[in-house]
Write a protein that binds this ligand. Structure first.
Ligand code: OFO
Length: 171
């Protein structure tokens, strides 16, 4: 059953996803400001994906007969040491998101809300990819170290990432 307790936690996750979007928007701006246009693109695509995640929660809450409780979105950091720092912070944040999705999944099961449990499975799978991408990029950046040419090559790779919109606004 979709209880008030579960809905409150779903609202919190909606806020978490909006914060994720805000965090990556900030990183995109910072990357552009230090000349890394490819990284700026990568984080902009990440921002767009997070908005899709947020809207999935937004639409789901309404589909269960509740309404959203939109809360203030915390301000993200605006200064970073370098690209490695940005991806290390990204991985740490995604690990936090994974644990919050797991907590929600545990609660959905405890409340015997199978529909919400199924809804959350998409996020459980998505988080594997989110963390894996960050770990791969951290590994590459550690190999690159202070090599400027390597950084520019990686930046070119990050420039190729494209946002693929979901088939429907609710997806
Ligand atoms: Fe929504 O997956 Fe990242 O935060």
């Amino acid at each position: 059953m979709y209880t008030k307790k579960l809905s409150k936690k779903m609202n919190k996750q909606l806020n978490n996803e909006l914060y994720s979007a805000y965090l990556y928007l900030s990183m995109s701006s910072y990357a552009a400001s230090i000349g890394l246009k490819g990284a700026a693109n990568w984080f902009m695509v990440q921002y767009q994906e997070e908005m899709v995640h947020a809207m999935k929660f937004f639409n789901y809450i309404n589909s269960r007969g509740e309404h959203t409780e939109l809360a203030a979105i915390a301000a993200p950091p605006t200064e970073f040491v370098n690209l490695l720092d940005m991806f290390q912070q990204t991985l740490a944040h995604e690990q936090f998101i994974t644990s919050s999705i797991y907590e929600l999944t545990d609660l959905a099961l405890a409340e015997k809300d199978h529909a919400t449990h199924i809804f959350l499975q998409w996020f459980v799978t998505e988080q594997i990819e989110e963390e894996e991408n960050d770990r791969d990029l951290i590994g590459k950046l550690k190999l690159i170290g202070d090599n400027g040419q390597g950084l520019l090559l990686l930046d070119n790779e990050l420039a190729t990432r494209v946002f693929v919109p979901p088939p429907t606004a609710a997806a």
